[in-house]
Design a protein around this ligand. Structure first.
Ligand SMILES: CC(C)(COP(=O)(O)OP(=O)(O)OC[C@H]1O[C@@H](n2cnc3c(N)ncnc32)[C@H](O)[C@@H]1OP(=O)(O)O)[C@@H](O)C(=O)NCCC(=O)NCCS
Length: 153
């Protein structure tokens, strides 16, 4: 697997590469601006945790050296997952989100992952049209969760 994927999305240089610790502040700022940070998830802890499990699947997208996109990918041996997919507000609609998802699919397929699952918050239902355009369908399931480690007191 190569470290960075370069393609020709814009006239400038665009590349996808694994997250590096120096990306922490721009990544958290991007997540906040994209509305992905909620009180019950500490984004710094989420980054710390990801760096202990498949850190090579935590991707950032850079354009001319500026961090403009993220995707946190994981494979649990049965399903693949993508969290924290975000593109900078000024760079949406250029195909960057689709390119990151394509790279997520490539990395997961390369690991033998048969299916990618996504969870979309009910407050963010508008984004479902984006995923539908990439071939995703709403599964007939109820999504359940149980918090094991509270981030917030
Ligand atoms: C969702 C998000 C990552 C999409 O990134 P993007 O770079 O703007 O998306 P793209 O330009 O790659 O769009 C790919 C396709 O989805 C469509 N699309 C993108 N956003 C859409 C939206 N909000 N509603 C409907 N269609 C949308 C595009 O028109 C395009 O379709 P096409 O290929 O037929 O032209 C971006 O809007 C974002 O960061 N949103 C805030 C964070 C968020 O909600 N993340 C998802 C959490 S589950």
């Amino acid at each position: 697997m190569s470290d960075a994927v370069i393609d020709d999305v814009t006239a400038g240089s665009w590349r996808i590469r694994p997250f590096a610790v120096a990306d922490t502040e721009p990544v958290v700022a991007l997540w906040r601006a994209a509305g992905l940070v909620v009180p019950w998830n500490d984004p710094y802890l989420d980054i710390e945790r990801k760096l202990t499990v498949q850190p090579e699947l935590f991707l950032v997208g850079e354009s001319d050296g500026v961090l403009v996109a993220t995707a946190m990918i994981g494979y649990d041996g049965h399903r693949g997952w993508v969290n924290y997919l975000a593109v900078d507000g000024s760079r949406r609609g250029e195909g960057l989100g689709a390119r990151l998802m394509a790279e997520a699919e490539r990395l997961l397929a390369e690991r033998g992952c048969p299916k990618l699952n996504l969870q979309v918050r009910s407050t963010n239902a508008g984004v479902i049209a984006f995923y539908r355009s990439l071939g995703y369908r709403v599964d007939d399931v109820a999504s359940l969760g149980k918090r094991l480690i509270p981030d917030a007191p």
